[in-house]
Design a protein around this ligand. Structure first.
Ligand code: DC
Length: 205
């Protein structure tokens, strides 16, 4: 069985939480494609050339906890506007999406560019203020320095950069189901997504 679930949406909308839970529920593999761009961003911060870093990426690079910082997220959003960087990451993502046993991929362009034929496409979003507050609580709870106003400004700047770039901008696919998580618990969002994926599963007799 090969079933691809594409999950797109802006930063801190709850894509990761949802995608991980969805993959666990169905026993599918999970790829956080933001980590690919973060790994390239981190390599550039360390002095590498974006395209060389992207072409030389190793899946083991994605395990680095340093990829979670705000500075790396910002660098990721900057390298993500470079068409050759995006191109270098396509095959790995498509290969992952086609694996046996099902796969959930989350990112910005999974339903529009990477897997336009995915049978399930979810676009997970929430108000910018809600997303910034969630990111603030996450950072604070993990003991990292956090400033509310700076986080909101960062979320808005990344939204603008991700949505306005020429190559693979952030937008819902025409056939995506929009899930606005602003006023929903993570469990409520998961229940909706499980129902959608269940309808797309091949019938078993
Ligand atoms: O999901 P994230 O915050 O880890 O993503 C970091 C940056 O990477 C984000 O600002 C835009 C970019 N990105 C992208 O352009 N396409 C993807 N499929 C995933 C992430």
């Amino acid at each position: 069985m090969k079933l691809t679930v594409a999950v797109d949406g802006p930063a801190a909308a709850g894509k990761g939480t949802l995608s991980r839970a969805l993959a666990a529920h169905f026993g599918f593999a999970y790829l956080d494609t933001g980590l690919l761009y973060r790994a390239v961003g981190a390599g550039v911060l360390a002095g590498g050339a974006p395209i060389d870093v992207a072409r030389g990426l190793d899946p083991a690079d994605l395990e680095n906890p340093a990829l979670r910082t705000q500075a790396v997220a910002d660098a990721a959003s900057r390298v993500a506007v470079i068409p050759d960087v995006r191109q270098a990451l396509v095959d790995f993502q498509r290969g992952f999406a086609r694996r046996d046993g099902g796969a959930v991929l989350d990112g910005r362009d999974i339903g529009t560019v990477i897997c336009p034929d995915a049978p399930v496409k979810l676009f997970v979003t929430a108000r910018a203020e809600t997303r910034a507050e969630r990111r603030y609580l996450e950072l604070r709870d993990s003991g990292q320095p956090a400033d509310r106003a700076a986080i909101l400004a960062d979320v808005q700047a990344r939204d603008a950069r991700d949505a306005n770039r020429a190559t693979a901008p952030l937008r819902p696919a025409a056939d995506a189901v929009i899930l606005d998580t602003s006023d929903l618990s993570a469990d409520a969002v998961l229940a909706q997504a499980i129902a959608i994926v269940t309808r797309a599963l091949p019938a078993r007799d």
